[in-house]
Design a protein around this ligand. Structure first.
Ligand SMILES: [Fe+2]
Ligand SMILES: [Fe+2]
Length: 318
């Protein structure tokens, strides 16, 4: 699914190229296009977008299409400005010009809480308590991936996906250790992750993955990358750089799981899952603003503006 690339594009746009992302290295560039759109090319674009009138063409979509021609068909594109003008050419046929700027990235890679997770309040937490909270969430992610691997086995999922979930659980365990050590050094106590025992069928797991994995872990990857650059101390920056690399991989895993899950549920369930995912994407900016307000300034968490940009890109690709 090409939406994976959007996460990478936003990561790259956030400047995370300074963060090691393991196998998820991104190629990115800013671009400017200002080609003439000949009458013949305009006909191709109308066919591509199923339009009959040039006025129906969306400038961003045309810009993206033109950028991807050649060897960049899989690149993810965010258009930042676009002007499309159509007028009759010398032969009396409609033709035009387009001028657009944007960012593109070739990529891909993208906290997950277990179903039934019991939340703890973060009201007025200082840095030690906040780190302890993060460590607890990382421990919750260990449960989430371990339980998911067990369920996937029961549901006959591909062995590679199950293995990747087990690998992710191991990575989450190391995240819990890293952040737990930082929290304890600062004097905080890390509480264990807890959850209610609830029944989970494949549709519930698919819906949870679509939101907790595809949306929230993707945002987590981006958020960690930003903190890795801007946090107040080298120890925090190093810790979050490690998390950013792994979380990007977990988000990729979530989208790969999403593809498999959508093939296992009914048409109605699929529609409901997709709608819930869209709602989670739409809610991301508000979530980011709340996280940013709750987090200590020392972590330099990204604000709602970056989340808005990310959500727009994710929604376009979803
Ligand atoms: Fe994690
Ligand atoms: Fe994760």
């Amino acid at each position: 699914m090409r939406m994976h690339l959007l996460v990478a594009a936003t990561l790259a746009a956030a400047g995370c190229s300074e963060v090691s992302t393991g196998d998820c290295d991104a190629m990115q560039e800013d671009f400017t296009l200002d080609p003439q759109i000949t009458a013949a090319r305009l006909k191709e674009l109308l066919t591509e977008f199923g339009a009959t009138d040039p006025a129906e063409l969306d400038c961003d979509a045309v810009c993206t299409s033109l950028y991807r021609r050649g060897d960049k068909s899989s690149w993810e594109v965010i258009v930042t400005s676009c002007t499309l003008s159509i007028a009759d050419d010398a032969m009396g046929d409609p033709a035009g010009t387009i001028a657009c700027d944007g960012e593109a990235a070739e990529y891909y890679c993208l906290g997950r809480r277990p179903l039934g997770h019991i939340e703890h309040s973060l009201a007025d937490a200082g840095l030690p308590t906040f780190l302890a909270h993060c460590a607890r969430l990382e421990a919750a992610s260990v449960l989430a991936f371990s339980q998911l691997a067990e369920r996937l086995q029961l549901w006959g999922a591909p062995a590679a996906l199950i293995a990747r979930c087990r690998q992710a659980a191991a990575e989450e365990a190391s995240h819990a250790e890293i952040l737990g050590a930082l929290a304890r050094e600062a004097g905080a106590t890390v509480l264990p992750a807890t959850q209610h025992d609830i029944p989970v069928d494949i549709a519930a797991a698919a819906r949870d993955n679509a939101i907790e994995g595809c949306v929230h872990e993707a945002w987590s990857a981006l958020s960690c990358a930003v903190t890795a650059r801007g946090a107040a101390t080298p120890a925090l920056r190093a810790a979050f750089a490690r998390l950013a690399a792994d979380e990007a991989g977990h988000a990729q895993l979530a989208w790969d799981l999403h593809t498999w899950f959508l093939g296992q549920v009914t048409t109605y369930q699929r529609s409901e899952i997709v709608a819930a995912q869209r709602a989670a994407i739409a809610g991301l900016p508000a979530l980011a603003r709340a996280q940013s307000r709750a987090a200590p300034p020392a972590l330099a968490l990204p604000d709602g503006r970056l989340a808005t940009r990310f959500a727009i890109g994710l929604a376009r690709a979803a």
